[in-house]
Design a protein around this ligand. Structure first.
Ligand code: HEM
Ligand SMILES: *[C@@H]1O[C@H](CO)[C@@H](O)[C@H](O)[C@H]1NC(C)=O
Ligand SMILES: *[C@@H]1O[C@H](CO)[C@@H](O)[C@H](O)[C@H]1NC(C)=O
Ligand SMILES: *[C@@H]1O[C@H](CO)[C@@H](O)[C@H](O)[C@H]1NC(C)=O
Ligand SMILES: *[C@@H]1O[C@H](CO)[C@@H](O)[C@H](O)[C@H]1NC(C)=O
Ligand SMILES: *[C@@H]1O[C@H](CO)[C@@H](O)[C@H](O)[C@H]1NC(C)=O
Ligand SMILES: *[C@@H]1O[C@H](CO)[C@@H](O)[C@H](O)[C@H]1NC(C)=O
Length: 509
């Protein structure tokens, strides 16, 4: 636990204690039962200071209610712990919604101007409704035809990074740092095009400073002092995006970047505010894909039998060799004909995710004729609860089972897989991310053997300062050595992707 987090937590608790309102429960329907802590009042705040986002999952251990209340004094938060309650929440999606979270992210994460915030907020609050329009505009670019182009650009760049690994042969290097750079460059180049500001190594580093220390920044209390790294990093990336727009970079970029610019520009947003929103979008584009790609490699390479099975599967079903002896990995074949690879990926997401899809209760509502949810409260659905629910996933739900997601072994279609969020605000980037992570894994598996520098695959500690991502990343370097495999010595590699086949059959919640 870092001392300054505790101090901030205590300050908030103390201030809110002065204003605390005690409400008498009405007879009959009541708010979900309160979750107790050993230390009254501030126990939950200390919990967050120690565990970060994982606390919301941990808090539920030992109680068996589908939904509970956590009292933070400033406000109460509802925690969902059963897929049955997720379904209830989804049934009331009109009043239990994600939208206000987008407004608050624009303000707290990237400091959009007052005027800009007004434009972003919903019509019902007298705003310009831009937030909703932006998310809508992103859908064709990530779920429709734009996906093919984005995928093609992304894999071309990714293959260069995998090629470069050969030059690391025999040296000890940090596998996470490598994956982070490879994914960051391939994703941001595919989205922001030839003038991509994140390509500049200084901006890339600034972005990761912003991402990794975001937890302090969102408190918004003297951020330039308390959250200096995140603050400086963010402001550097914002300036780079302002220059990018002034130079017309968006006009050469992906459909995604163009659509986001168009909606905001035509809606009257200032260039600086658009640049701020784009800085938050970099979080969406890389902050989850990066750790997911690392865990995919970790979970496969640390299991020799699985590694060899997936190697055979990819070699047999997704690898093509052309007349001049060049090797090509076909993303569409990987999607359609490599069920073990796809199932492994989803198990990686299930077991590592800290996702806690967030909703705001915009009006009093009663769930299941039993639980009163009050207007103004926040509701969280921690993936750590639903992703492990024994009635859905079986009694061995705590175990990593790479076959769990294979169609024939799933008894019922799980409705409680939270790693890509929960409908109706599911992650629209899930297909783009899947192509990237699986493409990287498939090529790595065929071309390289990896040995941890310590000799053992020991799970690294997690970094807790990042809150944008729902996938945790290692807090320390994870050094490995790499050996190019003899089977494919002296071959040239590339990827192909087939138009219209960029969507993966993923389980979602
Ligand atoms: C493995 C990688 C990824 C994971 C695990 C992931 C996970 C998530 C989660 C948990 C949410 C929250 C949904 C909710 O609260 O219900 C989300 C939302 C979102 N993600 Fe992802 N994501 C990934 C990659 C991406 C990529 C590559 C992009 C963009 C190219 C992206 C764009 C978004 C956007 C725009 C939203 C907001 C959706 C909305 O407002 O309706 N994500 N993601
Ligand atoms: C959440 O559910 C798990 C099993 O699915 C159970 O062990 C735990 O006690 C539950 N917690 C709450 C708060 O209901
Ligand atoms: C946010 O931006 C405003 C200008 O719109 C500026 O005055 C303020 O200092 C900024 N605050 C933070 C915390 O960066
Ligand atoms: C791909 O990545 C390299 C760095 O590895 C970068 O210099 C290059 O501009 C990127 N973009 C394309 C389209 O190749
Ligand atoms: C880990 O890798 C980094 C390069 O990524 C290197 O500088 C460092 O010396 C390595 N550490 C060990 C203990 O091998
Ligand atoms: C083999 O594939 C590579 C990469 O896709 C391509 O550049 C090359 O022209 C192909 N050669 C033949 C003979 O088809
Ligand atoms: C690969 O090429 C190098 C030189 O180009 C050669 O020394 C080596 O024997 C080749 N390896 C194999 C397995 O063909």
């Amino acid at each position: 636990m870092e001392l300054k987090h505790l101090i901030i937590g205590l300050a908030i608790a103390f201030l809110s204690y002065i204003f605390v309102e005690s409400r008498r429960p009405k007879a009959g329907v009541q708010e979900p039962p309160a979750l107790r802590t050993r230390i009254p009042f501030i126990g939950h705040i200390i919990g967050i200071a120690i565990h970060g986002l994982r606390y919301f999952g941990k808090a539920c251990e030992g109680s068996d209610e589908p939904i509970v209340t956590i009292d933070f004094l400033v406000s109460k938060v509802y925690l969902v712990n059963k897929s049955s309650a997720v379904a209830q929440v989804q049934r009331n999606a009109k009043v239990i919604t994600f939208d206000p979270f987008l407004d608050s992210a624009a303000e707290r994460m990237v400091n959009v101007s007052k005027r800009g915030l007004k434009l972003l907020t919903g019509k019902e609050n007298g705003g310009g409704d831009l937030n909703r329009k932006i998310v809508k505009a992103m859908h064709p670019a990530l779920l429709g035809p734009g996906l093919d182009v984005a995928n093609r650009n992304m894999v071309n760049n990714l293959s260069k990074s995998v090629d470069e690994l050969a030059s690391f042969s025999g040296k000890s290097f940090d596998l996470y740092a490598w994956a982070k750079h490879a994914i960051t460059i391939a994703s941001t180049d595919a989205v922001w095009g030839p003038k991509n500001p994140i390509k500049d190594p200084e901006n890339e580093a600034a972005f990761w400073d912003f991402d990794s220390h975001l937890r302090l920044l969102v408190f918004n209390i003297f951020p330039s002092i308390i959250a200096r790294k995140a603050y400086l990093g963010r402001e550097k990336v914002v300036s780079a995006f302002v220059r990018y727009y002034n130079e017309g970079g968006q006009h050469e970029a992906s459909e995604l970047a163009q659509a986001r610019w168009r909606v905001q520009h035509e809606g009257g947003a200032a260039t600086e505010d658009i640049a701020r929103m784009e800085t938050a979008t970099v979080l969406g584009v890389v902050s989850n894909t990066t750790p997911s790609s690392f865990w995919m490699l970790y979970d496969v390479y640390s299991r020799p039998a699985l590694l060899s099975q997936l190697r055979d599967e990819v070699r047999e079903h997704a690898l093509k060799k052309n007349e001049s002896g060049e090797m090509t990995i076909d993303l569409a074949a990987m999607r359609d004909n490599c069920p073990n690879l796809l199932a492994t990926f989803q198990e990686v997401l299930r077991t590592h995710s800290n996702s806690a899809p967030t909703r705001f209760v915009t009006d009093d509502v009663v769930l299941n004729e039993k639980f009163l949810l009050k207007k103004g409260r926040v509701l969280l659905m921690p993936g750590m609860n639903m992703n492990y629910e024994p009635s859905i996933w079986g009694d061995d739900s705590q175990k990593f089972d790479p076959t769990r997601f294979k169609k024939e072994t799933l008894k019922q279609r799980p409705t409680s897989f939270m790693s890509f969020g929960a409908s109706p605000s599911l992650c629209p980037g899930r297909h783009f991310a899947s192509g990237e992570i699986l493409g990287m894994a498939a090529m790595m598996i065929l071309r390289y053997d990896i040995t941890p520098a310590s000799g053992k695959w020991t799970m690294p500690k997690f970094w807790k300062g990042a809150i944008a991502a729902s996938m945790p990343f290692p807090a320390e370097p994870f050094n490995v050595t790499i050996t190019p495999r003899v089977e494919f010595a002296n071959t040239t590699w590339s990827y192909t992707s087939t138009d219209g086949k960029g969507k993966f059959p993923l389980i979602t919640g």
